[in-house]
Unconditional design. Structure first.
Length: 229
């Protein structure tokens, strides 16, 4: 175990004062469900995950605010939602091979189990919590910002798609997805026009296009124009 933790420290670029914090960050709940007697001397990583999530959101929000002074709130909200999404955090964790260091139950301990996005995202947040407790906020900030710099370009490109951007904002603010439906198809077959609507928090926005996909994007853009005002 000592060698594994030392190897992970090298990957993280951090030497822990209290290595037990790092060990705890890697302890998945399934292990204790299977072997409850371990709780007498160890604990799972859920409390560290809870703490790491808060540190991650604070650092990410501050970084975006400082790095992009001319961007409005809704754009920054969309970028933040993408940066701290389960998928995004799992990608960060995968670059560190965090899944290979997790302590799992026999049922969870499979190659696919160690690559599950939720597991990886939770591990990443727990490690952040451990870094914060062991090294302080500035060390946690340095660790997190390394990934923000690497990923922001990809996020910005992806969110140029208005449907993706709207989804990220609505998920972040309202914990739900925008709802689309086709209102009308009109015009001759060679010049078809589609009318789509998207509903966000009881407000309906309309878009038209020469395909359903184009109409959906137009509806999302109409919603974003209102949200961004």
């Amino acid at each position: 175990m000592v060698e594994r933790l030392a190897e992970l420290e090298r990957a993280l670029g951090i030497t822990f004062r209290d290595r037990k914090l790092l060990q705890t960050a890697l302890m998945h709940r399934s292990l204790f469900n299977e072997q409850p007697h371990l709780l007498r001397s160890l604990s799972d990583n859920e409390r560290l995950e809870f703490l790491g999530d808060s540190v991650l959101h604070f650092v990410t929000t501050t970084w975006l605010f400082q790095q992009f002074p001319n961007q409005n709130e809704s754009t920054l909200t969309g970028w933040r939602a993408a940066l701290v999404s389960t998928k995004g955090l799992a990608e960060c964790a995968a670059t560190l091979n965090l899944g290979q260091y997790a302590f799992l139950s026999r049922g969870e301990d499979t190659p696919k189990g160690r690559e599950r996005a939720k597991l990886l995202a939770d591990l990443f947040e727990a490690v952040i919590g451990a870094i914060y407790l062991d090294q302080g906020l500035e060390a946690a900030r340095t660790f997190i910002e390394r990934f923000l710099h690497e990923r922001i370009g990809t996020i910005q490109t992806a969110l140029l798609d208005p449907t993706t951007r709207l989804q990220e904002i609505v998920q972040s603010r309202h914990k739900q997805l925008p709802k689309y439906h086709l209102i009308e198809e009109r015009g001759p077959d060679h010049q078809r026009e589609y009318v789509m609507a998207v509903t966000v928090e009881g407000h309906e926005y309309i878009g038209t296009g020469s395909s359903k996909k184009a109409a959906k994007k137009a509806a999302a853009q109409a919603a974003l124009a209102d949200i961004d005002r």
